[in-house]
Design a protein around this ligand. Structure first.
Ligand SMILES: [Zn+2]
Ligand SMILES: [Zn+2]
Length: 392
């Protein structure tokens, strides 16, 4: 991908978090403040929740940043099933390990220490014993998995990121941030980065292929960046508004198309850019059902479509099986959630390329716990691509 010059490094960024003395400034408390979503559409409010009893294998994370993403907006509208309101939202967070009652080691066997800057896989309790885990080996479909900030109730404790501290239960998969990766670069990518990692892997993007990414939100932006890093010759981003298309170019898009262009003309433009054939790979990260039909129209014969943007039920769409699928001899793949492998490798990649892929700049607003409702509103109104909660 093109070198992105003029991007500020972590060292020169006045907004970069000061981690000096991060470990010794923490004093354990009985209560920690958390932003609580009591029910769909209810105003956010701050509550004090009790410190967890830290059983062996658990840990307490002092939160530096927790992201506000489209999923949180869906939560606020009650669009996800099985959510035990009231909840403390915030599924992807980064922080400092504050308390470790017993030794825990990372995936490489290296012990964690208090003061380490870490994140963790928001999915907890993937069982390793069910049909999905053992036979079909699609652990993101394990029915026993629970998700921090989504499927834990506030009554169960500090199990969401919009809080001063998070209770990392025994078995939570914790990862240390590589030294070269700033907490802000990671949280700027956030769950969109990890989701896009899974999607681009599902898409099996190969060197010199053409990729279309539908959607220029956080997932789409990272899908653009990762497709470019994967060696795509052309990366075409389709979506609105214009500012996000401009940003997609900085993430690695070679071409962009706005939604003011009618769907048929968008498909024609993609063919024009791909030797008349259509794209080798189309990644749908838009969320609108129509985007799936559009993906089928702009993929080349024998190409591949990955659907990862239909995270909530936003309705159906008409698809013509003969013209759009069968006759085109294409492959359509769904992509649900992400696992530890995607998180771990996302961190390594963001550490390696965070100086030239402007993940950090996707953060458009920082909010205190008391302003969590404002953060939700800003994301919903698309005033910012990504907002973060800064509890401290
Ligand atoms: Zn399972
Ligand atoms: Zn998210």
């Amino acid at each position: 991908m093109r070198r992105m010059d003029g991007i500020k490094t972590d060292q020169s960024d006045p907004l970069a978090f000061d981690l000096s003395g991060a470990s010794n400034s923490f004093m354990p408390r009985q209560l920690y403040r958390a932003a609580v979503m009591s029910a769909p559409h209810a105003d956010m409010h701050v509550e004090e929740l009790p410190a967890p009893h830290l059983e062996p294998g658990s840990a307490l994370l002092r939160v530096l940043f927790s992201e506000v993403c489209g999923t949180d907006v869906h939560l606020h509208h009650g669009r996800l099933s099985g959510v035990p309101y009231p909840i403390v939202p915030g599924h992807v967070s980064v922080g400092v390990l504050a308390e470790l009652p017993t030794p825990i080691a990372d995936v490489n066997g290296e012990p964690f220490r208090e003061g380490d800057v870490v994140t963790f896989l928001d999915v907890h309790g993937t069982c390793g014993r069910c049909y999905e885990c053992l036979v079909t080996r699609q652990t993101t479909r394990c029915p026993h998995r629970r998700v921090y900030g989504i499927t834990f109730g506030a009554g169960e404790g500090l199990l969401g990121g919009w809080a001063e501290a998070i209770w990392l239960k025994p078995g939570v998969h914790i990862v240390r941030l590589p030294a070269a990766l700033s907490p802000e670069t990671f949280i700027g990518g956030g769950c969109g980065l990890v989701t896009a990692f899974h999607a681009v892997e599902r898409a099996e993007v190969r060197l010199a292929q053409s990729v279309v990414v539908l959607g220029v939100g956080p997932v789409g932006q990272s899908a653009v960046a990762l497709s470019a890093l994967a060696g795509a010759e052309r990366v075409i981003a389709i979506g609105d508004p214009a500012s996000r298309r401009d940003f997609a170019r900085r993430m690695g898009a070679t071409d962009t198309i706005g939604l003011d262009v009618p769907p048929n003309d968008r498909a024609a433009r993609v063919r024009e850019l791909t030797g008349g054939r259509g794209a080798d790979v189309v990644i749908e990260a838009a969320g609108a059902p129509e985007a799936v039909s559009q993906a089928l129209d702009i993929v080349r014969d024998g190409g591949r479509v990955v659907v990862c943007g239909q995270y909530t039920d936003t309705g159906d769409v008409r698809i013509h099986p003969h013209w759009q699928i069968n006759r085109k001899h294409i492959e359509v793949r769904g992509c649900w959630g992400s696992d530890f492998s995607h998180l771990y490798r996302s961190l390594q990649l963001a550490a390696r390329f965070g100086d030239r892929v402007p993940w950090k700049e996707m953060i458009g607003g920082r909010y205190t716990l008391a302003d969590a409702g404002k953060a939700l509103g800003a994301v919903e109104r698309r005033e910012v691509t990504k907002a973060v909660i800064v509890p401290a």
